[in-house]
Design a protein around this ligand. Structure first.
Ligand SMILES: Cc1ncc(COP(=O)(O)O)c(C=O)c1O
Ligand SMILES: [Zn+2]
Length: 381
């Protein structure tokens, strides 16, 4: 396929992709998922229908693994191939993966490059996305580059720096009173304007992109025993597991990692589903990226935790602040949602050690450099 020049009009390049509901078996063509990725028959989240995968890494970034993906990204902004920094801590080897060094400062770019390439391929001229920050910034950036006009619906409480980031990336901001209302408004807006609703919280193409985190870890480190991942919609969590699961099925690794999901103490739907509701006290408002009350793929997240011998860990604002500081002292400047994975590591490391876990993947998902004034305030400096 021709790589489009900046600003060139999106065109229908005629690449067909099918989306399947694994629950009721309904199949949808690309043009039938323009306004969302939930099955219209049974309300389950859709998947890309099975496609051939082959392990044949070539080049750098996400495209290195395009033989494991449903499409080859149209244009790379340098996403993926993020550094891995192993550090011996608390008698385990922690594999920090610096996802905050992606083009828009978060792992979302791995998903956006795949999902927005698909938008380009279906020939849509504009997108609508609802986001508390990182996904909106990332989608806006990838859309602009392909000549697609981005509308980003944000909750009115969005952090100032994330709002500015979306604006600078060329996103048209639309406000909604809350995260839930932003989702509703985005869907309505996409129908009214005839735009593609990116819907990253249930879009399976984001999960496809996130699988590449695992491929990179496998190529550089090999097998790992556990992964500790912040869970909002659970896209990254599912993507990392599916990536390792594919490598396991292909016979490259002997085991899949135990998957540890991290949530905040006051928005913890996965924890509640598994262990029942429990008032742990405290707040977790700083973890704005994982405040999702009803993750569309909650069933799969729970299955992965059970199947992999994993667990859910909850963290509070005071633990997050402590981890922002400790990560800073290791040389990593991350945003609060990202620090939740480190806070969880401290809480569960002894338990994991008792399960013979020696190597733990901790993706550092979002950059602190986007919000230095707030970090200064949070750290009381
Ligand atoms: C920095 C950061 N980490 C983790 C997450 C959670 O990602 P997911 O929604 O894929 O579970 C988000 C989501 O916005 C985020 O912004
Ligand atoms: Zn269905």
């Amino acid at each position: 396929m021709q790589i489009p020049a900046v600003g060139q009009e999106a065109q229908l390049v005629g690449i067909a992709m099918l989306f399947c509901c694994r629950v009721c078996g309904t199949t949808y063509r690309s043009e039938e998922v323009l306004h969302g990725f939930m099955c219209r028959t049974c309300r389950s989240p859709l998947e890309v229908c099975s496609y051939n995968v082959e392990w044949n890494p070539q080049g750098v970034g996400i495209s290195r693994y395009h033989s494991m993906l449903p499409l080859k990204p149209v244009r790379s902004l340098g996403e993926g191939s993020t550094p891995i920094v192993p550090i011996d801590m608390h008698t385990v080897k922690v594999i920090f993966k610096l996802e905050y060094l992606n083009p828009s400062g978060s792992f979302k770019d791995r998903g956006s490059t795949v999902a927005i390439s698909h938008v380009f391929q279906v020939g849509a001229k504009c997108i609508v996305e609802d986001s508390s920050g990182n996904a909106g910034f990332s989608a806006a950036l990838y859309a602009r580059v392909l000549g697609i006009d981005p509308y980003i619906v944000v909750p009115s409480g969005i952090s100032y720096s994330k709002r500015v980031a979306i604006e600078v990336a060329g996103g048209n901001i639309v406000e909604a009173p809350s995260r839930e209302e932003a989702s509703y408004k985005a869907k309505v807006l996409s129908s009214e304007k005839g735009c593609y609703y990116v819907n990253h919280t249930s879009n399976p193409l984001y999960i496809e992109g996130y699988k590449t985190v695992s491929y990179e870890v496998f190529e550089e480190v090999g097998e790992i025993d556990a992964a500790i991942v912040p869970v909002g919609s659970g896209g990254l969590f599912i993507g990392i597991y599916r990536g390792f699961n594919e490598l396991y099925r292909m016979g490259f690794i002997r085991k899949r990692p135990r998957m540890v999901a991290v949530q905040g103490v006051d928005v913890a739907p996965i924890y509640e589903r598994l262990y029942g509701s429990k008032d742990l006290g405290g707040t977790s408002v700083l973890a704005d990226g994982i405040r999702i009350q009803s993750p569309p793929r909650i069933d799969e997240i729970v299955q992965i935790i059970e199947k992999s011998g994993g667990m859910v860990t909850l963290v509070s604002d005071s633990e997050i602040i402590d981890s922002i500081r400790r990560l800073r002292d290791l040389g990593f400047i991350v945003e609060p949602t990202s620090a939740t994975a480190h806070a969880a590591l401290i809480k569960v490391v002894e338990k994991l050690r008792g399960m013979n876990v020696e190597t733990i993947l901790v993706p550092l998902t979002g950059a602190g450099i986007k919000m230095l004034p707030q970090l200064k305030q949070i750290l009381g400096l």
